[in-house]
Design a protein around this ligand. Sequence first.
Ligand code: FES
Length: 166
Amino acid sequence: MSKNTNRRDFIGYSFVAVAAVGGAASLYGMKQVWDPLPSVLAGGFTKVDLSALKAGEPETFTWRGKPIFVLKKTEDMDNSARDLVVANDRYTVAIGLCTHLGCIPAWKKTEWKCACHGGVFDASGKQTFGPPPRPLDLPPFEIEGNTLVLGNEGPEYKKIAEAMMA
Ligand code: FES
């Protein structure tokens, strides 16, 4: 009797152990399938070294397939509520797609001009001429020291986004 009980217990424990290992393996497998690939995770963020930018010469970076304009403003460029201030420098950060129909405006000396229908955006990304209905959009970002990290909504982003809504 006792021998049978032990045998039954052993089979029961074995079943539980096999089920637990199988369950854990299944969960691990599901996590591997559901987690984004490392390349996707890395593609979600773009880092820009702000100290490498020259005042008055915007650069275009790519974040999640979109062009991102980053302009270090010169002293004589107007202040704007959407200026990103890092150290003593002011920057315009904007998604480089015209808010009319999505063309990519080109920088012409002091402003971005859209060749498609003549839209113009000033150095702060505000529309000043033509059909664009609103300023250039603001991509989510955060600041780490002197680095702009596109992809996360940091406090600097939230402050500018709020100012743009006002
Ligand atoms: S798409 Fe830029 S003005 Fe129309």
